[in-house]
Write a protein that binds this ligand. Structure first.
Ligand code: SF4
Length: 331
């Protein structure tokens, strides 16, 4: 059964920006991605994985006009991605509960670190957090056959689907008005892919609760995210979460002559172990860093096709070829 802890309440303030790495060669401390989370509930039966990457959201998306106060279940992948979102929701008068369900985070040591960071933050804010099951066997079963799929491809759709399904079930069973996820805050993620999973999960319950679609990646929100992360000195994870993303991260690092990812401890394999400087931390994930990595993708894996599925799907039409490629850059 899920465990729920609550406590006192308080909030913070923030900003962000960039610095440090020479932009042409700047390695990202967390190739290929960021993030992670926890909570409890019954493992879902292994349903067939989505066979497609992100597609445009259904036109049947219900109108979302959040009016305070709402009872919101926020699926959180990790503390660093939840800070600004929680603050925004709370300051707008919503009643937030954090839901930590992330069987995708492996190994267990990394999972526990990320979970404890999220619990620490929730308790500091005085908001409830639900600690869900770590049903990693189910996650492995559902992603079987996709071990070498690129990030943002089919495996990630299955990964989001699974976490959104469990979150939606809990939200439905506990009378939440809506749910959403911190995965929507990361610039490494395809927002449309994330939201598609959330909407599909909500549809299974007739959109009661509904999935809250919102632009959580504005400059203001992103700046706030890094500021809070530095203020809280959160643990800085160095890969997305699953064992396959850890493998790919270390492969890329080896090719770059960079030390492998370190799980736990006081020193990271690359960069700082903890968030401590909002501008420097943001710089590690700046568009230049992302573009630099993506532009040399072929020499990393000697197979450019690996990256095709990692392109963003949610870019506006009508851009020049160069602008479109940059906008679609998923790295
Ligand atoms: S890289 Fe792994 S942990 Fe990250 S979203 Fe994709 S499947 Fe999930």
């Amino acid at each position: 059964m899920p465990s729920l802890s609550s406590s006192s309440m308080l909030l913070h303030r923030s900003q962000r920006l960039a610095r440090a790495w020479p932009q042409s060669s700047a390695p990202s401390a967390r190739f290929p991605t960021t993030c992670r989370a926890f909570c409890s509930s019954k493992p879902l039966a292994s349903s067939p994985p989505s066979s497609e990457p992100a597609t445009p959201l259904a036109s049947a998306t219900p109108p979302l006009k959040p009016s305070a106060p709402m009872k919101v279940l926020l699926h959180s992948c990790c503390a660093p991605c939840s800070g600004a979102m929680v603050e925004k929701m709370a300051s707008d008068g919503h009643k937030v509960t954090i839901f930590f369900y992330n069987p995708n985070i492996q190994p267990r040591k990394e999972y526990e670190i990320r979970k404890q960071e999220n619990i620490r933050y929730a308790e500091r804010l005085g908001i409830p957090i639900v600690d869900a099951d770590y049903d990693v066997e189910n996650w492995m079963a559902r992603t079987k056959g996709m071990e070498f799929d690129p990030e943002r491809g089919r495996r990630c759709s299955v990964c989001f689907d699974m976490r959104m399904e469990v979150t939606a079930q809990y939200a439905h069973d506990h009378n939440f008005d809506c749910f959403t996820t911190t995965n929507a805050t990361s610039r490494w993620k395809d927002t449309q892919q994330v939201n598609k999973s959330g909407l599909q999960a909500a549809a299974k319950f007739g959109f009661r609760p509904y999935y809250w679609v919102y632009d959580w990646q504005t400059d203001e929100m992103t700046a706030r995210k890094y500021r809070i992360n530095a203020e809280q000195r959160f643990y800085k994870q160095e890969y997305c979460g699953c064992t396959y993303s850890l493998r790919d991260s270390n492969l890329w690092r080896k090719q770059q002559g960079i030390a492998p990812v370190k799980i736990g401890g006081e020193e990271a394999g690359l960069g700082t172990r903890y968030y401590e400087d909002a501008e420097a931390d943001a710089a590690e994930e700046s568009q230049e860093v992302v573009d630099s990595f993506f532009s040399s993708a072929e020499q990393h894996f000697h197979n450019a096709s690996v990256y095709n599925g990692r392109m963003r799907q949610d870019v506006p039409a009508g851009e020049t070829q160069e602008e479109l490629l940059r906008a679609k850059n998923n790295w």
